[in-house]
Design a binder for this molecule. Structure first.
Ligand code: SAH
Ligand code: SF4
Ligand code: F3S
Length: 479
C-alpha cells in the first residue's frame, strides 16, 4: 500500500524539537490561484479531539473550506470530506481516533468518492503515520498542525489530482495571519495569541507536535479581539500552551501582562486566558488581573504534582513551595479568585509519600476545579524511559483518591455559593430540562436557572438556591 501515497514531507521527532531562532517570519494567508469550484456545495465532516488549540484549528479549517463553498455536516455518511483532527497527549486520546478510523472503513466502501484526511497532533508522530500508511489505506491524506494554511493546496491534490499523500512539516518558523475562520459559538470566542511550547516538560508530547513558541503581534491579536467585541462576542479566551511566555520571541518588550491589559481595554465583558504556566506568572500579570473587572477571576494554573521531587523529574521549573507561594500571592491580591489545575498521577518514581504531597497541596490550594490525568508514556519524551514506571493498579487507585479529595473540596466551595448572587452568561436551553437555561458564572461554575431561549447571550443576575457539586441551581434576581 505504501507506494500509493506521495510523500511530500514526513514527520521527524528530532526536527520537531529543534530550537528555531526568533524572530519568526510572518505572512498573510493565501487562498491560492487554483480553480476549486468543484468543491462548491460539497460537505465536510470534522471530528476534533484534544484541547482548545485543536478546536480553534477546526474553526480555521472550516473557515477555509467555507471560502470554497463547502458546507459542514454532522453526518459522516453524507460527507465528501472527513477530517479527523487528532490529539496525541495521552494514549487513550489516540485510541479514540483509531476507533473512529475503523468506523469510517465501511462508510468509505459504500461511498468510495469520499476523501478522508487525518491532521492534528497525531500526524506529527512518525510511528503513527507509518502505521496508518500500512494499516488504514482508506485514509487519503495527512497533514500536521503547522500545515493548516496549506489546506487549499491539499484540497486540489485530493479532489482534482486524485492524489493520496503525506505532507507533514515537523517544525514551523512562521506565524500566518488573516486566516479565515468560522466560529463554533456565538458569544464565546477563542483567540490564539501564540503557538507552540518551549517548556519541554519531561512527560509531554506537545512541544513535538506544536513546535516552538511563536507569538502573534500584539496589534494582530488586538485587531481580532476588537472585531469580536463589535460582532457581539461577550466572552473571549486568549489561547496558548503557556500564555505567560507571550511576547518573549518578539524581543520588543511585549509581554502577556501588557497584552492582557490592552485586550481588557476593548471592553469585552468577559476576558479569560489558558494556560498559565506557574514559572512565568509574574507580579505585573497579577496586578493587571486584579485591576480590570472584565478579566475573570478564574485562573487555570496547572501544578501537575505536589511533590518537589516529582516536579523536578517533570522538568516543571518550580517546586512545591514556589507554587504555593505564588498561589498565596494571587489569593492575597485577587480576593475571591477561583483556581483550577491539571494533575498527573503515577508519574515514574512517584512514591506514596509524593502522592500524599499532591493530596495535601490540593487541600491547601482548594481548587474550584481539577483535571486529573493518569500518566501515559509518550514516544520520544524523556519520562518514557525513566526507571520506576508505576503500575496501572497504583495509578488508578491514586486517580480515585485524588478525584474524591477534589470532589469534596468542590462540594464545599459550591455549597458556600448558595445564597449569594452571581452574574451568569446564559448559553443554552438546558439539555436535561427545557424549562431551564444554563450558563456560567465568572468563575466558570455551571448554573441552571428557570427561563427560555430569549435569555441566550445575556448576562443575568442569579441567586444560587441549591448546589449539586459540579453545577448549581439559581433563580433570577434582576426581573
Ligand atoms: N500547556 C498546557 C496544557 C498541556 S496538555 C499546560 O502546560 O498546562 C494538558 C494536560 O495534559 C497537562 O497539563 C498535563 O496535566 C496532561 N498531560 C500532558 N502529557 C501527559 C501525559 N504524558 N500523561 C498524562 N497526562 C499528560
Ligand atoms: Fe506540555 Fe509542559 Fe508545554 Fe504544557 S508547558 S504543553 S505540559 S511541555
Ligand atoms: Fe492534544 Fe495537541 Fe492539544 S496533543 S492536548 S491537541 S496540543
Amino acid at each position: 500500500m505504501l507506494d500509493k501515497y506521495k510523500i511530500y514531507s514526513f514527520p521527524d521527532f528530532k526536527k520537531a524539537r529543534i530550537k528555531i531562532n526568533a524572530p519568526f517570519s510572518r505572512r498573510n494567508y493565501q487562498k491560492g490561484e487554483d480553480d476549486l469550484s468543484l468543491l462548491k456545495g460539497k460537505k465536510v465532516y470534522i471530528r476534533t479531539y484534544g484541547c482548545q488549540a485543536n478546536i480553534r484549528d477546526e474553526e480555521i479549517m472550516l473557515g477555509i473550506l467555507k471560502e470554497f463553498g463547502m458546507k459542514e455536516t454532522s453526518k459522516k455518511e453524507e460527507a465528501d470530506l472527513v477530517i479527523l483532527n487528532t490529539c496525541a497527549v495521552r494514549e487513550n486520546a489516540e485510541e479514540k481516533v483509531y476507533g473512529e478510523i475503523g468506523s469510517l472503513k465501511p462508510i468509505k466502501k459504500l461511498h468510495p468518492q469520499m476523501k478522508i484526511a487525518l491532521c492534528g497532533c497525531m500526524a506529527l508522530e512518525p510511528p503513527i503515520v507509518e502505521k496508518i500508511l500500512k494499516t488504514y489505506p482508506h485514509i487519503d491524506f495527512m497533514f500536521g498542525t503547522h500545515d493548516i494554511a496549506k489546506l487549499p493546496i491539499f484540497l486540489k491534490r485530493a479532489f482534482i489530482d486524485d492524489e493520496k499523500f503525506v505532507d507533514i512539516l515537523s517544525s514551523s518558523g512562521e506565524v500566518v495571519e488573516n486566516l479565515p475562520s468560522t466560529r463554533k459559538e456565538k458569544f464565546k470566542a477563542f483567540v490564539n495569541i501564540m503557538y507552540g511550547c518551549d517548556k519541554f516538560c519531561s512527560y509531554c508530547i506537545v512541544p513535538s507536535t506544536r513546535g516552538r513558541e511563536r507569538s502573534r503581534a500584539l496589534r494582530d491579536v488586538l485587531k481580532e479581539c476588537e472585531q469580536l467585541v463589535k460582532d457581539g462576542y461577550l466572552d473571549i479566551t486568549l489561547l496558548g500552551q503557556n500564555v505567560n511566555a507571550y511576547g518573549k520571541d518578539l524581543k520588543d518588550g511585549t509581554n502577556f501582562a501588557l497584552l492582557l491589559e490592552e485586550v481588557a481595554k476593548t471592553g469585552v465583558k468577559r476576558l479569560r486566558f489558558i494556560t498559565s504556566h506557574p514559572f512565568d506568572f509574574d507580579d505585573a500579570l497579577i496586578e493587571v488581573i486584579a485591576k480590570y473587572d472584565n478579566i475573570m477571576k478564574y485562573i487555570h494554573l496547572p501544578v501537575q504534582s505536589g511533590s518537589s521531587k516529582v516536579l523536578k523529574a517533570m522538568n516543571r521549573r518550580y517546586d512545591r513551595e514556589g507554587y504555593l507561594s505564588l498561589v498565596r500571592k494571587i489569593k492575597e491580591k485577587i480576593p475571591h479568585v477561583a483556581l483550577s489545575s491539571d494533575i498527573i498521577v503515577g508519574f515514574p518514581g512517584e512514591s506514596e509519600e509524593d502522592f500524599l504531597d499532591t493530596l495535601s497541596l490540593v487541600e491547601e490550594v482548594e481548587y474550584a476545579s481539577l483535571f486529573t490525568f493518569i500518566y501515559s508514556p509518550r514516544p520520544f519524551t524523556p519520562a518514557t524511559i525513566m526507571q520506576n514506571q508505576i503500575s496501572d493498579e497504583i495509578k488508578h487507585e491514586r486517580f480515585n483518591r485524588l478525584s474524591k479529595t477534589s470532589e469534596k473540596i468542590i462540594e464545599r466551595l459550591s455549597t458556600a455559593m448558595v445564597g449569594k448572587t452571581y452574574d451568569v452568561l446564559i448559553e443554552e436551553v438546558s439539555k436535561k430540562d427545557p424549562r431551564f437555561v444554563s450558563g456560567y458564572t465568572e468563575e466558570f461554575k455551571l448554573v441552571h436557572v428557570e427561563g427560555d431561549a430569549s435569555l441566550i447571550g445575556k448576562i443575568i443576575k442569579v441567586k444560587i438556591i441549591a448546589s449539586h457539586t459540579y453545577s448549581l441551581i439559581g433563580e433570577r434576581v434582576d426581573g
